[in-house]
Design a protein around this ligand. Structure first.
Ligand SMILES: [Zn+2]
Ligand SMILES: [Zn+2]
Length: 232
């Protein structure tokens, strides 16, 4: 608590290693800690990208039972260490300069060629609270890096949903049902889409977004996220 308070007051201290961080494009995270951010290379679900405890990549039970509408989902790393700090500083403390180095991380994810990037939208009520949609900012840089355009007016969140924490998978799905809608569907018909979010944990949100995008005529949806959170 005290540490995070001090970090906000004295951003020159790296929040990961607590050493003074010299002026750097990833400040307050120091260059050493930033360079230590590494991709997850362990076994994962081939479909949803969820890290698996087994030693081979396979399709996870949830994807076998209820096949997601997206073609596949991939994250860069695990939601831990410097990557977690960076995402939280960006998302909750509004340190927007981190959007550029974070989108560089996104661009290093191996993904197929896509026509457009669509961020997971926030409900307008949340947008007012947070002042910006972190995923939209990342989508803008990601699309720029890919030489394509991001679309911000195709997928909208029309219903504010309760936090997913503590809900079982059935209730999570119910909670997200009809929360998203597609507008201007002619812009996504037949298109291959990268659906971008910062963190994926249970996958309920990106599953629901993929459902509505596919129903509106998208050809393929690839879910791309910075980090995969661990479920309890
Ligand atoms: Zn550091
Ligand atoms: Zn899976």
């Amino acid at each position: 608590m005290l540490n995070s308070f001090l970090n906000i007051l004295f951003p020159e201290t790296c929040p990961v290693c607590k050493r003074p961080a010299k002026d750097h494009k990833t400040a307050p995270i120091c260059a050493d800690c930033w360079q230590a951010i590494s991709p997850y290379e362990g076994p994962m679900c081939r479909k949803c990208g969820r890290p698996l405890v087994s030693d081979v990549s396979a399709t996870c039970g949830e994807c076998l039972e209820d096949e997601p509408a997206f073609t596949y989902a991939r994250s860069f790393g695990l939601y831990e260490g410097a990557l977690k700090k960076a995402i939280n500083l960006f998302k909750f403390h509004g340190i927007k300069r981190l959007s550029k180095p974070l989108s560089d991380i996104i661009l290093s994810i191996d993904m197929p060629e896509v026509d457009t990037v669509i961020p997971v939208p926030l409900h307008k009520k949340r947008l007012r609270q947070r002042e910006f949609n972190q995923s939209a900012l990342l989508a803008k840089y990601m699309a720029k890096g890919l030489g394509i355009e991001a679309k911000f007016d195709c997928l909208v969140k029309t219903r504010d949903t309760a936090p997913q924490v503590g809900l079982n998978s059935h209730d999570r799905r119910k909670n997200m049902k009809k929360a998203f809608q597609v507008r201007n569907s002619e812009l996504i018909e037949g298109k291959d889409i990268a659906l971008l979010d910062d963190v994926v944990t249970t996958g309920t949100t990106v599953r629901e977004c993929s459902n509505v995008l596919k129903k509106a005529g998208a050809e393929n949806v690839y879910v791309i996220t910075l980090a995969h959170g661990m479920m309890d």
